[in-house]
Design a protein around this ligand. Sequence first.
Ligand code: AMP
Ligand code: GLY
Length: 429
Amino acid sequence: MIKPIDMNVLVIGAGGREHAISWKLMQSPKVDRVFVAPGNAGTAQICENVALAVDDFVGLKRFALESAVKLIVVGPEDPLVKGIHDAFADDASTAHIHIIGPRAEGAKLEGSKDYAKRFMMRHGIPTARYESFTAGEFDKASAFLETLQPPYVLKADGLAAGKGVLILDRIDSAREELKQMFAGKFGEASNTVVIEEFLSGIELSVFALTNGKEYCILPEAKDYKRIGEKDTGPNTGGMGAVSPVSFADAEFMKKVEERIVIPTVKGLAEDEIPFQGFLFFGLIRVDGEPMVIEYNVRMGDPETEVVIPRIKSDLFELFWDTATGNLASHNLIVDERAATTVVMVSEGYPGNYEKGLPITELDRVNGSYVFHAGTTHNTKNEVVTNGGRVLAVTSYGSNFRKALLNSYLNAETIEFKGKYFRRDIGFDL
Ligand code: AMP
Ligand code: GLY
């Protein structure tokens, strides 16, 4: 492609995912400036932070016009579900700006579990048997529970900050939780509840970029969601990730592509849902076969912190080709090495935690790249904690165990009060 004048890109979000995306974009000779709204202390070191919230569409539009932004990459799901793509595309003054991330209609694949399940059923995509119920249907829901074997899976239909899925061993506790969900346990998100069959297997995350017709599958990853070692304790945003995933061999990935990726992209076209952005397939391998647990319409975090480092191709070109209809011609080049990331979190996370604690020894990191997840600068210009997940320490290795050694050495080196990280990332591979 010929480089347009002033190729400025705006990345929306403040986490490790957005740091990794902007880090990679900064390596492209085709990009002039990368802005991150609102960004963190890590993105401030390599590109330009903009003090705007991810859902301040008016402010973001004004900034994008003033700063000659030509491409926007939306990191988190919230602004997508709220219609950031529509806000730009439906306004004549910003319609020329390309957006990586679907319109609100496509974002329902993540924003409504009931919508996603109906989509999968319609297009024959393998997923757990389910039914959806609203508050007036408690008795029907209760009868459906009886047709299932324990454990019971209850899912709030809407976005619930990753907390909306409950897995219960006993039917009476499932009924009790269901009552609470209908009573507003997750606010409006649980007005509708999806009840589904429990699937037993090992999970992985598969990512594709698509423009609704063509697609490009990115390296797969495995994420570790529970706070405690050996997958114990409450769910978090993600405590670490590895890529590639050993069990996702060519044969398995062929099944994923044929049974899941292609039918999803075709299904979007058939249903006339425009879609330009990431598809994130939350998969589970059941008896060797892939099934969909959930769709997301963005990259995963911390998966991005291992997927992006493994992409050797120019990420900007990949985005530009997605936005301009040339994705099919794109030849993705993937690093043969494994990448791992270990997430360092605040004491107390995923419950309450302190913020503003100074982070030291970052300059002693050797052999890893540190993506910032929840950091900022204090008034003394020190880098301080600013979230539950604080840093993602990413390393390469000839295999994931060697990569992990570096991530762990550096996670030991970096200091902040109460730092915690899981020491068993990859334990099940
Ligand atoms: P989600 O918010 O949909 O990603 O679900 C959170 C987690 O709940 C998933 O990563 C799975 O570990 C688990 N989960 C969701 N649905 C099922 C299911 N049908 N069977 C087993 N585990 C599930
Ligand atoms: N790491 C899982 C997610 O981003 O949803």
